[in-house]
Design a protein around this ligand. Structure first.
Ligand code: G3D
Length: 185
């Protein structure tokens, strides 16, 4: 048995999932991870490299990789792709000026072979800000319908500040990953 198969077997046994959080800088990735983990979100500094958080969610252990989104470090995202089960793409729905950039970065990411099997959750974040686009509007701007038919994806509106929508999004993601890799809920 190869090393990869052994790691996969251990992973299955421990019901672990590897979740990669990506998106442009300032979209709210770190705030989402802190909020879902019940931590203080009042003081947040930009993610310059990456943070890993291990969270127990229902009966699963989520290893969440929160990778910095600044333009200069986006080329390093590919170092984190291996064995990703779930991908969370976070959008600042109030930052209308950067939505074109957001769309092209997302579509570039989805071309990546190593992410082809990963379930994709898109968080249309910052819904609490007046003037933010709705999840439907974000889906149109990001051209999500153009995605490969085989991709499992969903867009959910949320606010990392109030917590609205976060559980709905993670519930879908965890269920979807579980139904693929553990063949149960
Ligand atoms: P990043 O990890 O994607 O770079 P951060 O983004 O989590 O660091 O968040 C960037 C800024 O957006 C932070 O504000 C944070 O408080 C704010 N933010 C994140 N999510 C939301 C949200 O849902 N609603 C609102 N209103 N603000 C949000 P600062 O002021 O610290 O830069």
């Amino acid at each position: 048995m190869g090393l990869l198969s052994i790691i996969r077997k251990i992973k299955r046994k421990e019901k672990e999932m590897r979740i990669l959080m990506v998106g442009l800088d300032n979209s709210g990735k770190t705030t989402i991870v802190l909020k879902i983990n019940g931590e203080d979100t009042s003081v947040i500094s930009p993610t310059l490299g990456f943070n890993i958080k291990t969270i127990t969610y229902h009966k699963y252990t989520l290893n969440i990789w929160d990778v910095g989104g600044q333009k200069t470090i986006r080329s390093y995202w590919r170092n984190y792709f291996e064995q990703t089960d779930g991908l969370v793409w976070v959008v600042d729905s109030s930052d209308l000026r950067r939505l074109d950039d957001c769309r092209s970065e997302l579509h570039n990411l989805l071309k990546e072979e190593r992410l082809s099997g990963a379930s994709l959750l898109i968080f249309a974040n910052k819904q609490d800000i007046q003037g933010a686009l709705s999840p439907d509007e974000i889906a149109k701007v990001l051209n999500l319908e153009a995605m490969d038919n085989s991709r499992h994806w969903r867009i959910v509106g949320c606010s990392a500040c109030t917590g609205d929508g976060l559980l709905e999004g993670f519930d879908w993601l965890v269920r979807d990953v579980a139904s693929r890799i553990y063949m149960l809920d």
